[in-house]
Design a protein around this ligand. Structure first.
Ligand code: TRP
Length: 334
């Protein structure tokens, strides 16, 4: 089983990202051949600052390593280091229609009403994402539900390519993580915890100090009533129970049974303690790793080399199939 996922190097990662994506990546190392890409080229599609992009990339890499991604057990690399991604994007743009890209909801949301001013890069975002996955002939793409349409597109593109040029690309499957998708903002438990749209007080960052985590959880909004149980009219308490369950690795039902006589304040203290214990070792390792940028670059260089050896083969096959470049004599495809 080959797994591929990409993660944006922008924005401080929070508890929702950690539980929903990063912890799943770590688990993916056990389930199969895992390939993880820090997608700096995708980050160019929104307004950004070049120096912040580099710093954000190191921040993210240090978080991923601190969380337990092991460069010996997975391929971890920076997208822009493997130029095959850019080239395949161009090639695949010729089996992708203008219409389907115009229907991508993420493009419509990000472009907003000023569609004429949206960059071509933003429009091509899904083609670059398809290239990321298809270059590695990955079978499984663990990524949030918000990426469903992009995964559908890459499946269509792979199928269309294979139908037109002969069997070359693997059609990947979407795998939505079971947990973490529902980690909500502590101040606005109706909305997802988010770096871009959430509140700072309602967002627990992976690198927050224990005192900050404690404060944010103690100030989390709760609901009317006094029972510690999940219910649609109790979004605040439901969120706290689900966070507690996720960090303890237990089912929410077990947490409800354990805390059925607890008060809201006791629930908050218990969740704060559990989240602090969960993130403290990550924060410590992060601090050690982040300081040594040349070591981080060495890890990226090694990952890029391994990624390139896989991506290069797929790209050579695609070029051969599409009839571009010199014909291959060593291993002609048929
Ligand atoms: N678009 C994805 C996101 O925003 C990031 C991404 C880029 C990705 N390339 C990918 C995810 C390839 C999975 C596979 O979350």
């Amino acid at each position: 089983m080959r797994i591929f996922s990409g993660i944006q190097p922008t924005g401080r990662k929070h508890l929702g990202n950690y539980i929903g994506a990063i912890a799943q990546y770590v688990a993916g190392q056990e389930r199969g051949e895992a390939i993880y890409c820090i997608v700096d080229l995708h980050a160019l599609t929104v307004a950004y600052d070049p120096a912040d992009l580099r710093a954000g990339l190191y921040d993210l890499l240090a978080v991923l390593l601190a969380a337990g991604l092991d460069p010996e057990r997975c391929v971890l690399f920076r997208q822009s280091d493997v130029r095959e991604h850019s080239e395949l994007t161009w090639l695949l743009s010729n089996v992708t229609s203008y219409g389907e890209l115009s229907r991508m909801t993420q493009f419509k949301d990000k472009a907003g009403s000023a569609r004429e001013l949206a960059t071509a890069g933003l429009f091509f975002y899904p083609v670059l994402m398809a290239s990321d996955v298809l270059l590695y002939r990955a079978q499984e793409v663990p990524v949030g539900d918000d990426q469903r349409q992009h995964v559908e597109l890459m499946r269509d593109v792979a199928q269309r390519f294979n139908a037109r040029f002969g069997d070359t690309l693997v059609v990947p499957e979407h795998r939505i993580p079971a947990v973490g998708a529902r980690i909500m903002d502590l101040q606005h438990p109706q909305s997802k915890m988010s770096t871009t749209t959430g509140s700072v007080e309602g967002t627990v960052y992976v690198t927050d100090a224990p005192a900050a985590i404690e404060k944010k959880l103690k100030r989390a909004v709760t609901d009317s009533g006094d029972e510690v149980r999940r219910a649609v009219d109790k979004p605040g308490i439901t969120n706290l129970i689900e966070i507690f369950a996720a960090v303890r690795g237990e089912a929410p039902e077990e947490i409800e049974a354990e805390l059925k006589d607890a008060r809201y304040g006791e629930l908050k203290s218990a969740v704060a303690g559990a989240v602090i214990d969960y993130l403290a070792p990550v924060r410590e390792r992060y601090a050690d790793l982040r300081g040594d940028e040349s070591q981080l670059e060495a890890i990226l260089a090694d990952g890029a080399e391994r990624a390139r050896s896989i991506a290069g083969e797929t790209l050579a096959d695609v070029r051969e199939r599409m009839g571009v470049g010199a014909p291959r004599r060593d291993r002609p495809l048929r």
